[in-house]
Design a protein around this ligand. Sequence first.
Ligand code: ARG
Length: 264
Amino acid sequence: MCPPRYFAVDYVINPWMDPSTPVDVDRAMEQWTILRDTYRDLGHTVEEVEPRPGLPDMVFAANSGTVIDGRVLGARFRAPQRAAEAEHFRRWFVEHGYRDLTMPRRINEAEGDFAWTGSVLLAGTGFRTDPEAHAEAQETLGVPVVSLRLTDPRYYHLDTALFVLSEATDTRQAQIAYYPQAFSPGSLRVLRRMFPDAVVAGTADAECFGLNGVSDGRNVILPLEATALADRLAARGYEPVLLDISELRKAGGGPKCCTLEIRK
Ligand code: ARG
């Protein structure tokens, strides 16, 4: 995770960003700190990357790397405003002993567009990550990749429209939640075929970034407005943890965007 010390909305690279709406950095820091401490209270280890002035979106660490079995595939951002973030995270991985590290040749916004189910990597394209980056991820990480096409600019990253509730080595045992209206007809058929048992979320849960949740297989961090989704997850035996991320949402991000998951 990367603290939002230099958080701002001063450029527009997704429909949620509006530079005329004021941003409160202290509030962003508070909300982010509660998210970090929630992970720690749940028993997870959190490492912090030093934020850099002039890189206001660096708080969205999920976009900077995909790590599976200790192998790291770095990032290459579509927007020039974010390009420099990739190198800061690459250096963090090098300094922390990750030897198997590849930087992508194609546009690749990492976990923004990649979701690991425990057996396959679901990969989004349409707005940010190049479709060719999916094949590159498969070759580099050595995992099967399933491409999914996003069609609504408000759900520009896969992680704004889908997340994994519980991983499983048998694909059909994995559980996911997604927002169907964000996907092309063909990709929606793929999701229905692969995950007939998925939690299918509605518009209210999607609009507050409810699909940008983070699950450890039991506890599920969600924006506090995602109440309908939280109830449905509770009915399936999950423990929803509702947090205020309203300040970070002004940049088009939620809990997952702030969280790069390291799978050793
Ligand atoms: N302002 C950032 C962008 O548009 C937000 C990124 C959110 N991250 C995510 N994983 N969806 O790139």
